[in-house]
Design a protein around this ligand. Sequence first.
Ligand code: FMN
Length: 224
Amino acid sequence: MVDKNIKKQEILDAFQFRHATKRFNPEKKISDNDFQFVLDAGRLSPSSIGLEPWVFLIVQNMTLREKLREVSWGAQGQLSTASHFVVILACTDVRYDSDYVVDQMTKVKKMPIDIFQNAQVRYKSFQESDLPMLDNNRALYDWSCRQTYIALGNMMTTAALIGIDSCPIEGFDYQAVNSILDKEGLLEDGNLRVSVMAAFGYREENPKRPKTRRELNQIVKWVH
Ligand SMILES: Cc1cc2nc3c(=O)[nH]c(=O)nc-3n(C[C@H](O)[C@H](O)[C@H](O)COP(=O)(O)O)c2cc1C
């Protein structure tokens, strides 16, 4: 059993090591085994009602990366140099009664049909009134996207734990990226839309400035 304090230090070191890498060393590639490990961290991430409403599109085709670069102001250095470039897609088909939800609950989570039918009543009221989203496709998409960010965070931390650099990316024209991916036939007829992107690789140079964060006492409030 690894000493708990050693583990804690390793994890804190990984958080300090991770920074939004602007350019990667284009010669240094992540091994298949290591990248699989990062993907598994995404796959094993939690999601609301266990929906896993994500697809990890790994764009290794440099022609497609160049098309994305033209509409991604926040990924100029990353798209051309990253060892692996991931576009995280969010499922849009996430109404309580959609094919995707039925499939996920009964086939992936293996809920018996009667249990699923009871759960579905709860999902319906959740989406109708607790966190209203049924009358608004944008709200459904946003809910899906929120889940994908959990996978994103886990993938970046996991990568950092094994010395892999990364950069999360929202700096792009969403409509343009969706249209590029749609033309490539990658959005399953509109059932998927881009949520966020992430570049992975090995840094070309260390960050110029030390990491800055607000202090814990500025962001934590205890209620006793
Ligand atoms: C959701 C999200 C989107 C981001 N988008 C971009 C981006 O498009 N381009 C970029 O260079 N950095 C991007 N960043 C990186 C942030 O600017 C960075 O995480 C923040 O300034 C803190 O710095 P650090 O990650 O190096 O500690 C993004 C971060 C997050 C979490």
